[in-house]
Design a protein around this ligand. Structure first.
Ligand code: Z5A
Length: 215
């Protein structure tokens, strides 16, 4: 009999794909069953991580970040959240849901920026102390649909973001890197068509979670 995967579920995909929306939906379903759930985001999840998040997202001419500095700041946030937040929560038998984790580095710094996947895997291994999610959902959405959702959201709250300023080719490479990751690790990484209505996406995710964890 196969052991149940770790109750650590990560959500990945391009900006605007619906990760935060779907995490909230899954959290609500688990809570309704009386489960304990910790929801975090990356970068973030600790006081250090939240400060690094502000730095990483800030778009300002005075604050230049080389690709190498950017990579190490994402990894620093991850190293901290794994040790300070995720491991202890899993140890208390809580579910941990994370909005982005190590696959973001493979997709954005690997696919997007061009760092070697071998190097990134080895740095991720160090940052994560060997921790790997039980399941990862990659919400896959076309660039045009993602852009429409982001534009709609911007009308509601205007917020600048450094990585958002990258050209469309960058995000095409990120999307294709995510699809490659899903092909490489089909057991862990489930590619989800995020272009469907919110309820349909949530039901698809729940079907997988309830099946894999026997809920
Ligand atoms: N990054 C990195 O480069 N390397 C790393 O290692 C890590 C991260 C960890 C973090 O940004 C940035 O850091 C990110 C990658 C990089 N940069 N980019 N680009 P973030 O955390 O601030 O933002 P995000 O992760 O990119 O996600 P987001 O903008 O918050 O989007 P989302 O969570 O995927 O989507 P949402 O907020 O749930 O939904 C977006 C809108 O669409 C919203 O108005 C919803 O109501 C709507 N929505 C959601 N689902 C649907 C459906 N199904 N239909 C229609 N409309 C929908």
């Amino acid at each position: 009999m196969r052991a149940e995967p770790l109750r650590f579920i990560t959500f990945e995909g391009s900006e605007g794909a619906g990760k935060s929306t779907q995490i909230r939906r899954l959290e609500a379903r688990l809570l309704s069953l009386g489960e304990t759930v910790l929801t975090i985001r990356e970068p973030g999840g600790t006081p250090l991580g939240e400060r690094l998040r502000r730095l990483l997202k800030e778009s300002s001419p005075e604050l230049t970040l080389s690709p190498e500095s950017e990579l190490f700041l994402f990894l620093a946030s991850r190293a901290q959240v794994v040790r300070q937040t995720i491991r202890p929560a899993l140890g208390r038998a809580s579910w941990v849901l994370s909005d982005r984790f190590s696959d973001s580095t493979l997709a954005y710094q690997g696919g997007g920026r061009g760092f070697s996947p071998i190097l990134l895997r080895s740095l991720n291994e160090l940052a994560c102390a060997g921790l790997s999610p039980g399941i990862t959902f990659v919400l896959d959405l076309s660039l045009s649909e993602a852009a429409a959702r982001i534009a709609q959201r911007k009308q509601e709250s205007a917020q600048g973001d450094r990585i958002e300023e990258e050209p469309p080719e960058f995000f095409e490479r990120v999307r294709s890197a995510y699809r490659d990751l899903a092909r490489l690790e089909p057991d862990r990484i489930r590619l989800i068509d995020a272009g469907r209505p919110e309820d349909e996406v949530a039901d698809g995710i729940w079907e997988i979670v309830s099946h894999v964890f026997g809920l």
